[in-house]
Design a binder for this molecule. Sequence first.
Ligand code: ADP
Ligand code: ZN
Length: 599
Amino acid sequence: MANALSLLKNVFGYPAFRGAQSEIIEHVAAGGDALVLMPTGGGKSLCFQIPALMREGCAVVVSPLIALMQDQVAALREAGVNAAFLNSSLDAQEALQIERDFVGGRFDLLYVAPERLVTARFLDLMRRATPALFAIDEAHCVSQWGHDFRPEYIQLSILHEQFPQVPRIALTATADEITRAEILSRLQLESARVFISSFDRPNIRYAIAEKNNARDQLLAFISNEHAGEAGIVYCLSRRKVDETAEWLNTQGVTALPYHAGLDQATRAKHQSRFVNTDGVVMVATIAFGMGIDKPDVRFVAHLDLPKSIEAYYQETGRAGRDGSPADAWMTYGLNDVVQQRRMIDESEADDSFKRVSLRKLDALVGLAETAGCRRVRLLAYFGEDSTTCGNCDNCITPPRVWDGSEAAQKALSCVYRTDQRFGAGHLIDVLRGNETERVSRFGHAQIKTFGSGAAIGDKQWRAIFRQLVALGYLEADSHGALKLTDAARGVLKGEVAVSFREEAAKPRKRERTGKRAAFINSFENPAAGALLDALRNWRAETAREHNVPAYVVFHDSTLEAIAASQPQSLDALGNISGIGAKKLERYGQALLELTANAD
Ligand code: ADP
Ligand code: ZN
């Protein structure tokens, strides 16, 4: 059996395994089943790609998305591996040829969509071929709790039933308990070894800001911290996606919309522009994302609240897969909670599903409201202990926490005296003593709390109501009317103290004008910057010729390493991380010439 480390070096050009990779690879290569939980960017692919090369026969990889298969196969072929995919993007003739080559043993890896894998036709092909192993990528798709549920995944237990001797490895970046248990049982992986990596993504900086004017906040964030860089902006509705993308363009940010309401051709065009060109911002619903392998996404912004911490973690996880600094940024307000609750209430799901959904939403709201370290909170949700990170908004600018017991009493009593029928806007009018038409219509100027909160501003009252909901003292119904919960009684009686967080007054401005600029500035020798530009141009041309995304040719970090060390020989070049034997053979000469010309 070929040696794992030498395959890593020769084929992929990396000097060492990361984390549990080596252990996982040995286990699967020796015929063991595995469930691998590893964060995005952690290096899951190698965990089945290397065993595929070590074991006899062809590994069959189940992957939910065509784009994902194509990218992985393109990258493998660039590295000189015999890989192919079988999906609906091929015509009948091409598919037939792939099937023949598969049975003829000409591939080391074959990527297949789940619905095709479980057909009688494909199962029959597999009986005639020699499956080396089954890899089930994005295995959380089997879970109905996940946001990427794919019914075809449930049928994948058939693999175990029909090919019990073939090892299986399931991989996912989603790791809450419910999903994990569901993967194990639905795929009949109960006796598989479970490999859990730390879910921390240390290069991602988490920040959650109070929503004031979300658009302006977004624009300030992009122009102050990510001008000219690639990022994703998530919105809940298609309309908001369209409007936000259009508006960003008028503000000088290159932005494209992506949602399920756009036709297939437009979506494909936008995705390919996002992946293949530098510095495009994709404004999207959650329809966009799974299978986006682009490693140099520098930020993920949320204008609306996701459904759960899992969803938040997975969406933000699309930033910074290359390991360089990246931002996860979100604006959030009371309406977001109301909106998400309404969606849960009005969904067709049964009560137990709704209950779980509400619990998940509450956990996310807790993350948004915490005055402590975001990362500690996030990791704790996935069952991981950690210490304060120094790389989230709360660590960098700790929010002031104040005793809000009295304000909370006023707010709750105002809710009570107005019969628990009104939303925050009206309640604030009553508290501040505003004589609006509504206030007089309902006679609310006569109640005891009218005007009792005049000393506190509008914006701060909004934050108070939001936090009372988040803390579980108030409950918003699907129309936004606030009602007292049982827990509110203790506060009203003065038995329970309540503290609120106060937003940092001004968002900090960071001295960063993009990673690339920083890289170039970091060189005493301006020739390194010029070389990096030349390497990027060369890469863009090569990628066009080969019809693959630029990062499939080389990652930024590999080009940066070449620019920094300016290797003079093929040997020296081959030592750079990301340059395997095949790429050295194919591109080595061109790279050396570029480097020589830069002097
Ligand atoms: P995941 O599927 O877990 O999100 P990938 O398998 O796409 O992550 O890996 C993320 C990136 O890290 C890829 O560009 C991959 O080539 C790189 N990578 C993986 N393992 C290693 C390693 N041992 N050394 C260096 N780079 C690695
Ligand atoms: Zn922190």
